[in-house]
Design a protein around this ligand. Structure first.
Ligand code: ASP
Length: 409
C-alpha cells in the first residue's frame, strides 16, 4: 500500500470528492433555506467524522512513531544533536513565516476599512503568563497525554521512554521490537482512515459552499490573497534556500514534496499526512535515523503555515476593528504566533482554535476566532501544506548539519 500509485489514486479520489462537493454546495444555494440548513448539517457531519477519527489516532501515533525512532538510535550523542538542530530550525523557520504573516497584513491590508465595532464594554483579554504557556507543555498527569491538546507532553514522554529503552541495551530489545511494530501499525491505521478522506472532503466542500459561499468576497477574499501569496513565497524561497544549503536540489525537493503537499492541502491534517511525508523523505534520501524522529515531531511542533496565518490573522482582526497596533503589539503577535503554531494540534482547524491564544496575548478581541472560522477550510488547506513541507525541508538540512549524508536514489 505504500507506493506512489496509492498516493496518486487517493489524490484523484479526493479531487473527485471535492468537485462533487462543490457542485452539491452550489446546487444547495438555490434550495429552500430549511432544506439547505438541514443538508449542510449532515454534510458537515461527514467531514467531522474524519476529524474525530484523526483525533483518536493522534496520541498513539505520536507515542509509537517517536518512541520507536528514539529507541532505535544507539548513539545518544547523535540523537541529542538531531533534537537540538531540529528545534533550532523548526523555531527559526516558523519565526520567518510569522514575520511574513505581518508583512502580508501590512502590504495587503485585508481588513482596513471594514469598520467593525468592538463589542460593548470591550476590554482586551488578559494574556496567559509565560509560566502558564511553559507549563502547558507539561500536562499535570498521564491522562492529559491522551487528548489532542496533550501532544507536546506526549512527545516529551515518548522521547524519554525511547531513551530509557535504548539505555537498557539488550534487555530493551524486546520492547523496541514491539514499539517498532506498533509504530508501523499506527502508520497503516492512518492509511486505512484515509480511505474515508474523499467522503469527508466531499462533505466539507459542499457544506462550505452551501453555508458560506456568498461571503467569500470582499475582506475575506483579500485575506486569502494575502495569506496565499506570502505562503507561496515562504514555500518557494525559504525552502529552496534551506534544501540548497542541505545539499539537495530544490527542484528535486519540490517534485518529491508535491504528493504530501497535495494530501495535506486536501485533508488539512499534518497528522494524517505523516506516512506520505515519510515516504517523500525516503525518496529525498534523508536517513531513517533523522526523518523517523524529525517528521513525527515536526507534524505536531513545526507549523510554518500556521505561524504565518496566525500572525496575519492578528493584523487582520486589528484592522477589522480599527485597532492601531504598536510595534510592541506586532512583536507580541509574531512571538505568540510562533508559540501558538507549536502548540497547535495537527488536525483540521487546529490553528484557528489556537488563534485565541495569539489574539489574547496581542490584546485583540477574541471575536476574531469566530470571524476567521468562516474561511478556515480554505485558509487551513495551504497552511497545512506548508506545515508538512517545512518538516522535510528542515530534515534535509538537519541531515547535513549533524554530519550525515543524503542517500542517493
Ligand atoms: N490543520 C493544520 C495541520 O494539521 C493545523 C492548523 O489548523 O493550522 O497542520
Amino acid at each position: 500500500m505504500s507506493t506512489r500509485a496509492t498516493g496518486m489514486k487517493l489524490l484523484i479520489a479526493i479531487a473527485i470528492g471535492f468537485l462533487i462537493g462543490l457542485v452539491v454546495g452550489f446546487a444547495l444555494l438555490y434550495a429552500p433555506s430549511a432544506i439547505r440548513t438541514e443538508a449542510a448539517s449532515w454534510l458537515k457531519a461527514l467531514g467531522d467524522i474524519f476529524v474525530r477519527l484523526i483525533r483518536i489516532v493522534i496520541p498513539p501515533l505520536i507515542f509509537f512513531t517517536i518512541s520507536a525512532a528514539v529507541a532505535s538510535i544507539a548513539d545518544l550523542r547523535k540523537l541529542g544533536l538531531v533534537l537540538l538542530w531540529m528545534f533550532v530550525l523548526y523555531i527559526g523557520t516558523s519565526l520567518v513565516a510569522s514575520i511574513l504573516g505581518v508583512v502580508a497584513g501590512e502590504v495587503f491590508q485585508p481588513g482596513v476599512g471594514v469598520g467593525l465595532t468592538p463589542p460593548a464594554g470591550y476590554t482586551p483579554p488578559k494574556p496567559p503568563s509565560a509560566i502558564d504557556i511553559l507549563l502547558s507543555f507539561f500536562q499535570l498527569d498521564f491522562s492529559g497525554l491522551l487528548v489532542v491538546g496533550g501532544a507536546m507532553t506526549m512527545i516529551i514522554f515518548a522521547i524519554i521512554l525511547g531513551i530509557a529503552v535504548a539505555l537498557l541495551g539488550d534487555e530493551g530489545r524486546k520492547l523496541y521490537s514491539f514499539l517498532k511494530l506498533a509504530s508501523s501499525v499506527m502508520i497503516t491505521m492512518v492509511r486505512v482512515i484515509m480511505y474515508y478522506a474523499p467522503v469527508a472532503i466531499f462533505g466539507y466542500a459542499a457544506w462550505l459552499i452551501a453555508v458560506y459561499g456568498p461571503q467569500m468576497l470582499g475582506a475575506y477574499g483579500k485575506f486569502l490573497l494575502a495569506q496565499y501569496s506570502l505562503s507561496f513565497i515562504h514555500f518557494f524561497i525559504v525552502y529552496s534556500i534551506v534544501t540548497m544549503i542541505g545539499g539537495l536540489s530544490p527542484l528535486k525537493y519540490f517534485k518529491i514534496q508535491s504528493t504530501p503537499f497535495l494530501i495535506a492541502f486536501t485533508t488539512r491534517s499534518s497528522a494524517v499526512t505523516l506516512p506520505y511525508n515519510m515516504e517523500a523523505a525516503k525518496k529525498m534520501g534523508i536517513p531513517d535515523e533523522v526523518y523517523q524522529i524529525t517528521l513525527p515531531v515536526g507534524a505536531t511542533v513545526n507549523m510554518d503555515g500556521t505561524a504565518l496565518y496566525q500572525a496575519l490573522s492578528a493584523i487582520f482582526v486589528a484592522q477589522l476593528f480599527g485597532i492601531a497596533l504598536t510595534p510592541l503589539h506586532i512583536g507580541l503577535a509574531v512571538a505568540s504566533a510562533v508559540i501558538g503554531s507549536v502548540a497547535t494540534a495537527a488536525i483540521p482547524g487546529g490553528g484557528t482554535i489556537m488563534l485565541a491564544f495569539v489574539l489574547g496575548v496581542t490584546g485583540l478581541p477574541l471575536e476574531g476566532v469566530g470571524i476567521m472560522l468562516v474561511i478556515d477550510p480554505i485558509a487551513d488547506a495551504l497552511r497545512t501544506a506548508l506545515n508538512v513541507s517545512g518538516d522535510n525541508a528542515c530534515s534535509v538540512l538537519i541531515t547535513r548539519i549533524v554530519g550525515m549524508k543524503l542517500r542517493s536514489s
